[in-house]
Design a protein around this ligand. Structure first.
Ligand code: 1PR
Length: 550
């Protein structure tokens, strides 16, 4: 197999990139020292996390001169995500740190006054002057996850000889991909962008992208993307969620509860078995799921360090599923069966190395948020959320919330953030608040969803997976009131979850709330609807969705 060198300077969560490279027929050779860069013909610099962290790591390990030399020698170079950002001079994310300076200019942060930041999801990378630049297609969508971006100014980079593809999010047009000579970089993750992304990787690896660019060179200032053409491209994300647990025979199965009760109603009360995790994840990927989430729902009892089958599930899934994979359950400091202490960060690292792109933290986030308020909102950097987001970036940390309605007769009957509900309680109560629970809903805590989500946002969580125990498995639609309350409280993206029973429920949650994504489980597992049917339904009604490319 032909080879490509990969510079994994950060934390080792590049498993999905390695899988994608292998999928398109190349073998990864690891760069272990600056001397290895000189040996590389084709080099990929992936990037995760923080600009400053990335650049200072590269700098202290002596990589910067080697990277510049590789680029100056005219050898193929590809940067991904922070790997694109590293090509610029500076970033507002860490003004004290310099980039490679291959391109002039400073990155800035998305404006979060009117939209969720980070920008997470599927968006365009379109280059009207060169529509097939490195395998890009105008109608394809690519998976982005970033808070900082290079703002696109028509003609600026083109005047320097670049071909530029852009995306637009909340009125801000940014550089989605840039190519100049031997250098190509994407802000999006090709390895997580399904078939569309694999095409881009292949175009870099087999040299066809660079060849086509030399035959159809950038058109200078005239090749710029017109503001009028730049259109809002972020799609509505539809996520398939698989609750996984060990059944009574000891096998890991996909299950699904009704209000978190996953046992059959029949007399034997066995764990409901809806199928095999790896096969089902692949099926949803092929139906067009924009992300797949695994929740290991017995993990609050079982130590995940011993839970090698779950790691194996991730490894196998990431070989065939090229969209983001999230894994939740049991991410907290723990003690292994042999008495060894294992930190949440170490557990997360195992999951990332096995192919996860994000980890989802449930119970431990609630405990951490309670301590945050007890300590007067002080942050000490010692929570799982802070440690994992520092090492892998905010985008890698999802907090899964399991709230339950608590009805009250009056708005001020509790210290908690109440809402007036259209669905009064059993005694006609017109107000309710949402209490957070831990251990899969078994224990209710005195903290509400507003408090929890604001605390974890402050700690560095990048996204909220907002379940609702009252709605879970009911097929009666999402809890729009809950979603609205949480969306108003925070800036990070929210995934609406629990209650989806048909495509109309997805349309409703996207139209009636500002949710950033919506997740379904039971309706997909029971075969009532496919992911594709949901997306077709949304698309037919004018919502922007990603079409699956086979
Ligand atoms: O607390 O960090 O160990 O994480 C445990 C994780 O497992 C949490 O994310 C928690 O939500 C989840 N969990 C624990 N017990 C259950 C259970 O069902 N008994 N599942 C459980 C949560 C909720 C959703 C579900 C949606 C959509 N499942 O993921 O998929 O409600 O369902 P629907 O579309 O069929 O209505 P920790």
């Amino acid at each position: 197999m032909p080879k490509v060198h990969l510079l994994d300077y950060v934390a080792g969560n590049v498993r999905s990139l390695v899988n994608a490279i292998e999928k398109v027929g190349y073998e990864v050779e690891w760069v272990r020292s600056p001397e290895d860069v000189a040996k590389a013909e084709k080099l990929i610099l992936p990037g995760v996390g923080h600009f400053g962290h990335c650049l200072s790591q590269l700098s202290s390990a002596g990589y910067l001169p080697a990277l510049r030399a590789h680029i100056d020698a005219g050898k193929p170079f590809m940067g991904i995500c922070v790997g694109l950002q590293a090509l610029f001079s500076t970033s507002a994310e860490d003004p004290n740190c310099s980039g490679l300076g291959f391109l002039p200019g400073a990155l800035d942060r998305f404006d979060d006054s009117t939209k969720a930041v980070p920008h997470i999801g599927w968006n365009n990378a379109s280059c009207p002057a060169n529509p097939t630049l490195y395998g890009l297609r105008p109608d394809s969508k690519y998976y982005y996850v970033h808070s900082y971006k290079y703002p696109y100014k028509k003609g600026e980079l083109e005047a320097l000889g670049c071909a530029v593809a852009t995306g637009t999010y909340g009125g801000e047009t940014f550089v989605g991909a840039v190519a100049k000579g031997n250098v190509f970089a994407t802000q999006f993750h090709p390895e997580k962008s399904g078939v569309a992304g694999l095409r881009v990787l292949r175009a870099f690896l087999d040299g066809s992208g660079a060849k086509a660019l030399s035959e159809n060179p950038p058109k200078g200032v005239d090749g710029g993307v017109d503001d009028v053409i730049a259109r809002e491209g972020l799609t509505r994300r539809v996520i398939a969620c698989l609750d996984v647990r060990t059944n009574d025979q000891g096998d890991l199965v996909v299950t699904k509860g009704d209000q978190y009760d996953v046992r059959e109603k029949s007399q034997d009360r066995s764990v409901r078995n809806l199928g095999k995790p790896v096969e089902m994840a692949k099926k949803y990927y092929e139906q067009g799921a924009d992300e797949v989430t695994f929740l290991n729902i017995t993990s609050f009892r079982d130590c995940p360090v011993a839970d090698l089958p779950m790691l194996e599930i991730l490894r196998r899934t990431s070989e065939t599923v090229f969209v983001p994979l999230t894994i939740g359950g049991g991410i907290r400091d723990t003690v292994d069966v042999d008495g060894t202490k294992v930190s949440a960060l170490e557990i997360a690292a195992m999951y990332f190395k096995s192919g996860a792109d994000k980890v989802s933290i449930g119970s431990d986030a609630v405990i951490a948020a309670e301590e945050y308020y007890r300590g007067g909102k002080a942050l000490y950097g010692n929570t799982a959320i802070e440690q994992i987001s520092k090492a892998y970036g905010n985008q890698a940390v999802v907090v899964s919330v399991d709230p339950k309605r608590v009805y009250v007769p009056k708005q001020d009957a509790t210290r908690h953030a109440t809402i007036k509900t259209k669905f009064p309680g059993p005694k006609g109560e017109e107000y309710c608040w949402y209490a957070c629970t831990i251990k899969g809903g078994r224990e209710t805590r005195d903290i509400d969803v507003v408090e929890l989500t604001q605390a974890v946002e402050a700690m560095g969580a990048g996204e909220i997976l907002l379940n609702c125990i009252d709605k879970d498995g009911t097929n009666s639609g999402f809890d729009l009131e809950l979603i609205t309350q949480v969306k108003e409280a925070i800036k990070i993206p929210v995934i609406a979850s629990s209650g989806a029973g048909n495509p109309g429920h997805f349309l409703e949650v996207f139209q009636e709330t500002t949710t950033d994504a919506a997740l379904g489980a039971g309706m997909f597992h029971r075969g009532e609807y496919t992911v594709q049917q949901v997306k077709d339904y949304l698309g037919e009604r004018g919502l922007v969705v990603r079409k699956f490319e086979g």
